[in-house]
Write a protein that binds this ligand. Structure first.
Ligand SMILES: [Zn+2]
Length: 465
């Protein structure tokens, strides 16, 4: 193994170690002796006075040494003991990174052997191991660390393509796309399907950042991404506020996520063509009715067999039933009963606001902790220890918020003629979402009338609102 052309000696006296008599002079002398034994040429001695490695105060000579190592002016390091160099894991990582990047392979500690096996000895062993490590490992660690560092600062991580809604810097908003994201998030929580919104975007000639038509999964990614709520995610966890402005507020973001969750449960994949799917119950056996298209008509039927386990003995024709239920629903929507019900949701809304405020507090705590860590006032272990309980509370609060029933689907519908006009302009997804908000279930009694007619007495609606 070659010897360094121009090694650095680093020494530091710190108040916490003053009693040990490890004066700077002794440290430097011992390092010089070791250099002579090893046959190393020493280029420069770097000495910081009375600055603790714990305090986080800048150590100008240490930083100067790092710079000289990074630039290749120095290619070896001699230190009396690891505790002269650093004791904080974060700083150790910085040091290792500089060694890796500059391919410095020569690092020695005077007091190395005395401590092997102790905590510091393990760190020394780690440094020695890192010095010998392969370039690929160094590169991967640099990349990972860079990503984490960016995440902690709330900066975007590197990407091949800009995110929808943002410029290439992934920070500056694009007003036209921002407007689209806001609009789509509102429509989504109001009950419209991703598929229907994709079709709409296509009709309007709006493309994804790849320049291709939207697909449900790409649209879901955009709408569910915490980045549009101004939150920074790293390895699947929200670690604080991002450096960019939010496009939608956190409340809407949570409702989008809750909507995605609830649709996962229903597992509906095909576009809706039947307004009342899932709402109808067989008046004979109590099972759910299924849509069924015959050559001449659309129907809802009770299905027997192992998959459905209904009685198979009930059928109702779809169009007049859908018309009847729509009439009921519009009447209901326009009634004082629903107005009262929505007003009565004041309680739930107040609870939601209280939960949202609590959630904002906890998020602020997470931001504060991330900042403390980012500015090195706490180390990674302290950060993680403090973070875990807060994150647990955040999750609980988010769950409780998602459980509070919302009346999103009903907002902005208007009343009277406006309501009727609005209703017919809505697509099937929105109409169905409104019905799901209003109606708990609809029971269809057995009937005997002709195939295309419906006896209104067969229809019994159980209202939710
Ligand atoms: Zn049945």
């Amino acid at each position: 193994m070659s010897t360094p052309r121009s090694a650095a000696i680093y020494a530091r006296i710190s108040s916490d170690q003053a009693g040990e008599g490890l004066g700077v002079r002794r440290q430097v002398e011992d390092c010089r002796k070791l250099a002579a034994n090893l046959g190393w040429d020493v280029g420069q001695e770097y000495v910081d006075n009375d600055l603790s490695a714990y305090s986080g105060k800048p150590r100008p000579e240490y930083l100067r040494m790092l710079a000289d190592l990074a630039s290749g002016v120095r290619d070896g390091v001699l230190v009396y003991h690891l505790d002269r160099l650093t004791r904080r894991p974060r700083e150790l990582e910085d040091f290792l990174e500089v060694l890796d990047a500059a391919r410095v392979r020569h690092v020695r500690f005077v007091a190395r052997d005395a401590d092997l096996g102790s905590g510091d000895g393990l760190l020394v062993a780690r440094i020695m191991g890192a010095v010998a490590a392969q370039e690929s490992a160094a590169k991967s660690r640099r990349v990972k660390r860079k990503m984490l560092q960016n995440a902690e600062l709330g900066l975007p991580h590197g990407r091949s393509r800009r995110p929808f809604g943002f410029d290439d810097d992934a920070i500056t908003h694009r007003p036209d796309e921002v407007a689209i994201i806001r609009e789509l998030a509102e429509r989504f929580v109001a009950g419209e399907s991703l598929r229907s919104m994709c079709t709409d975007l296509d009709d309007r000639g709006i493309r994804s950042v790849k320049g291709v038509p939207w697909q449900t999964h790409s649209l879901r990614q955009v709408l569910s991404n915490p980045r549009i709520a101004g939150l920074r995610r790293h390895n699947g966890q929200i670690i604080g506020k991002a450096a960019w402005e939010p496009i939608i507020d956190e409340d809407l973001h949570r409702r989008v996520l809750a909507t995605i969750d609830s649709r996962k449960v229903s597992g509906r994949r095909t576009p809706r063509t039947y307004l009342l799917s899932g709402l109808l119950q067989c008046g004979k056996c109590g099972r759910t009715l299924y849509s069924s298209r015959r050559v001449d008509s659309r129907r809802y039927v009770c299905l027997s067999g192992p998959d459905h386990r209904g009685c198979g003995a009930l059928t109702v024709v779809a169009p007049p039933l859908e018309q009847l239920v729509t009439d009921y629903a519009l009447f209901r929507l326009d009634s004082p009963a629903v107005a009262d019900a929505i007003a009565g949701r004041g309680n739930a809304d107040a609870e939601a606001s209280a939960l949202a405020a609590e959630l904002a507090d906890e998020r602020e705590t997470l931001d504060y902790l991330a900042e403390q860590f980012g500015t090195r006032r706490i180390d990674r272990r302290q950060w993680e220890k403090a973070r875990v309980p807060v994150e647990g509370r955040v999750q609980t609060l988010e769950r409780r918020l998602a459980q509070i029933t919302r009346t999103d689907a009903l907002t902005g519908l208007g009343s009277g003629e406006t309501l009727r006009r609005n209703w017919s302009a809505l697509n099937l997804d929105r109409q169905a979402a409104i019905l799901r908000t209003l109606v708990a279930s609809i029971t269809i009694a057995p009937g005997t009338r002709g195939a295309q007619a419906l006896d209104p007495d067969r229809v019994q609606v159980s209202w939710r609102l």
